[in-house]
Design a protein around this ligand. Structure first.
Ligand SMILES: Cc1cc2nc3c(=O)[nH]c(=O)nc-3n(C[C@H](O)[C@H](O)[C@H](O)COP(=O)(O)OP(=O)(O)OC[C@H]3O[C@@H](n4cnc5c(N)ncnc54)[C@H](O)[C@@H]3O)c2cc1C
Length: 431
């Protein structure tokens, strides 16, 4: 990854609210210039390089479609939804994911909508002890996470894919695969030279074995209230590991004029029905007793229906490819959002697969993509598996270890740098 420090060589991209720098030379191979060259090699016509179907128009599938269309492929993108809808809460696009957005020429627009996150801070609510303190710039560069509404990110990727001429087939729920054909409730389509499964955590095509976590979280979006909480930080409070609540600045929706926050509250998934039955007042009382500064955010929640339960699971597909099919994103690996990497992983997968196709064509792309992503995926899956129960579990031992051993260790020389690299997404090279 290129150094994106303020004193770095790359000039800031015009139009952003803070300095963004051009993507690394590796990512530049994917920009419009090369896509243009690819079209030229086809004599101005789109070459018949093989047919590609992408299942799932989520973050990974849309990025994949955009990147392939720059290589003069004409992917067909299937999704079960009938029409795109602004659903979901916020997420953080880490610097590695931002590079993929830059390769799609979408980073400037994403920055205009999102909110720069410079710092992640977590405090144990009862002791007042700081137990999470990670700054993005400790790896020696002025980097940041981009807090963004999922619908804003979706909107950017979706419009870019349509503008690139991607053939989009909404209302197509894939029920199975029959060789190189995709089957839907009403028929089938194909054959395709390559099927890319980007259909997320509920993929019917992926043989991934997922281990559902006991804890999930309820998420909601509110207008940023009158508060002293910083607008450039992810702020969290914990009670042991059985309560985690947080505030994430996520910028604005496309066309919106109000800054928003995503708020979340962890709970065991099997307690969700109790939480709903208990009503808002009981929740507010408990939350505000633990964190008074949460109160103005809760004032933006009018009903329990304003909060949505997100279920978390861990699992990794050992071999994310097979004859005629490649799997990317949550269909290939799932983790809790503790490290804020899932969308980044989907973007990185899309980028690595696009590069493998560009370099070796469709035939050998699956193994090349798997090799490129293997260690990055494995290390982040292990990290997520190790970190999540320290913040979201019934354990009484792990939060003590977190507060009294791991937090002091995280302040030893060299550790702030490593933690910064961990959240930025490039603890090791991502592809
Ligand atoms: C609450 C929460 C917070 C998160 N926070 C972060 C964060 O801060 N940072 C981060 O990087 N990640 C975060 N993540 C993770 C991130 O959202 C996912 O990892 C990411 O969306 C995965 O992208 P994907 O393209 O693989 O799947 P998705 O984005 O889930 O897209 C899958 C698509 O496939 C379609 N589909 C599914 N089944 C079928 C079918 N049978 N036929 C046709 N279409 C189908 C769906 O309609 C959907 O459009 C968070 C996740 C949650 C739940």
């Amino acid at each position: 990854m290129v150094d994106k420090g303020e004193g770095g060589k790359n000039p800031p991209v015009h139009g952003c609210r803070w300095p963004i720098y051009a993507p690394s030379p590796r990512l530049e191979t994917m920009t419009g210039k090369d896509a243009g060259r690819a079209r030229e090699h086809g004599g101005g016509e789109v070459q018949d390089r093989g047919s590609i179907a992408i299942v799932g128009a989520g973050i990974g599938g849309l990025a994949m479609a955009g990147l392939l269309s720059r290589q003069a492929y004409q992917p067909v993108l299937f999704d079960q939804f009938d029409a795109p809808a602004p659903v979901g809460s916020g997420l953080v696009i880490q610097p590695v994911g931002q590079d993929v957005l830059a390769a799609l020429d979408l980073l400037t627009d994403a920055c205009a909508l999102g909110a720069p996150i410079r710092h992640m801070q977590g405090i144990e609510a009862q002791s007042g002890r700081v137990v999470l303190d990670v700054a993005y710039d400790r790896a020696g560069a002025a980097r940041f996470g981009l807090g963004i509404h999922r619908a804003a990110l979706f909107d950017l990727l979706y419009r870019a894919a349509l503008a690139a001429g991607v053939a989009f087939r909404p209302g197509h729920r894939v029920v199975s695969r029959d060789g190189q054909y995709l089957r839907f409730a009403t028929g089938r389509d194909g054959p395709f030279d390559l099927i890319i499964d980007a259909s997320g955590a509920g993929s019917v095509l992926s043989p991934i074995r997922r281990h559902e976590l006991r804890y999930g979280a309820i998420w909601g979006n509110v207008a940023w209230p009158d508060t002293a909480l910083p607008r450039n930080a992810l702020t969290q409070r914990y009670r042991r590991a059985d309560r985690m609540m947080g505030v994430l600045p996520i910028g604005r929706l496309p066309g919106g004029d109000r800054d928003l926050a995503a708020i979340f509250w962890s709970l065991p998934q099997d307690r969700y029905a109790d939480w709903r039955a208990g009503g808002l007042e009981r929740w507010r009382d408990e939350a505000v007793a633990l964190w008074p500064a949460f109160a103005p955010f809760l004032a933006g929640i009018g009903s329990v229906d304003d909060m949505t339960l997100a279920r978390y699971a861990h699992g990794t597909l050992p071999r994310p490819h097979g004859p005629g099919i490649v799997t990317i994103g949550d269909a290939a690996h799932q983790a809790s959002p503790q490290l804020g990497q899932g969308a980044n992983m989907a973007l990185l997968d899309a980028y690595a697969l696009a590069r493998a196709i560009e370099q070796g064509g469709i035939a050998g792309a699956g193994p090349a993509y798997a090799r490129a992503r293997r260690w990055h995926v494995r290390i982040y899956q292990v990290m997520s598996w190790a970190f999540t129960p320290q913040y979201q579990s019934d354990s009484r031992v792990l939060p003590v270890l977190r507060d009294h051993v791991l937090m002091p260790v995280s302040r030893l020389p060299g550790m702030p740098y490593l933690l910064s690299r961990l959240v930025c997404g490039d603890l090791i090279a991502p592809y």
